[in-house]
Design a protein around this ligand. Structure first.
Ligand code: SAM
Length: 260
């Protein structure tokens, strides 16, 4: 169903995504809480704890499409609180300078500010550039970001390039709900309430409509797992609980793969 939204031509997608996040940057954290009723926090906690940063000693991590640093902060907190690890590092990368600026401001309030544990770099997930060298990272994370990218295969190729052999690719993304009842409720919610909240809280209905539309266009779990394998990663068995773990019936989903 199109739900009356204009489909965005692929060549316009990149600049549109940039504008979308420019316009929402300062309200982004508030809007995340409002649109997901705070649930995104639980999903992010589950995502990061499932990756157990710091478990095998200090890890070199890259968080791509890292926005305001939600995942990076969790990775560093988890490593420190669970494993007394203050050596793990996270390089946050995002295409949007405004989002990074919000992230930088936020990290100023933390103990990680001005330490080698955190950095912010503006770059494109599809082409991270020479500053990000091959075989560098133990962990690559991307949360609620890959569906905004024009080419998923290019993102995966870059993830594979910068990870060390044996390194982990981990993606948290909105996905496909398989239960028809839950799916109907979720459709109603996302196509009417989210754009309305976008209007009321951020004064920006279109950006939030775009975000909802992009969720619907993202490949379902088995298809995305195959794309991860095609990029050279090995995944666990291609079933729920193997190659991916559904959160809330598939509203969100964690996919992981290991660089061979
Ligand atoms: N990971 C953060 C989180 O979970 O809170 C931010 C998620 S936000 C929904 C999506 C982010 O993806 C935005 O900050 C946007 O600027 C970024 N983004 C979109 N396209 C990108 C690209 N091609 N390369 C890097 N970042 C991108």
């Amino acid at each position: 169903a199109s739900f009356g939204f204009k489909t965005v031509p692929e060549d316009l997608k990149e600049s549109l995504v940039k504008n979308v996040f420019d316009s929402v940057a300062s309200k982004y954290d508030l809007m995340n809480d409002a649109t997901s009723l705070g649930v995104h926090r639980l999903w992010k906690d589950e995502f990061v704890s499932s990756l157990r940063p710091g478990r095998k000693g200090a890890m070199k991590c890259i968080d791509v499409a890292g926005g305001t640093g939600d995942i990076a902060l969790r990775i560093l907190d988890y490593a420190r609180e669970k494993h007394y690890d203050r050596e793990t590092t996270v390089d946050v990368v995002d295409i949007n300078a405004q989002m990074l600026k919000e992230g930088y401001k936020r990290f100023k309030q933390t103990m990680y500010h001005n330490t080698p544990q955190i950095s912010f770099t503006e770059s494109n997930a599809q082409d991270l550039g020479e500053q990000f060298k091959d075989n560098t990272y133990d962990l690559y994370t991307i949360a609620f970001g890959i569906r905004n990218c024009t080419s998923i295969p290019d993102v995966l190729k870059e993830a594979h390039r910068v990870l060390k052999p044996g390194g982990t690719f981990a993606c948290l993304e909105f996905s496909r709900v398989d239960n028809p009842l839950l799916s109907t409720i979720y459709d109603q919610y996302s196509f009417s309430i989210i754009p309305l909240l976008g209007t009321l809280l951020a004064g920006d209905r279109e950006s939030y409509q775009y975000l909802v539309e992009s969720i619907r266009k993202f490949p379902p779990q088995p298809e995305f797992a195959q794309m991860i394998r095609d990029a050279g990663f090995s995944t666990a068995k291609d079933v729920e609980g193997g190659a991916w773990v559904n959160l809330w019936g598939g509203i969100a989903c964690i996919h992981t793969g290991v660089k061979l």
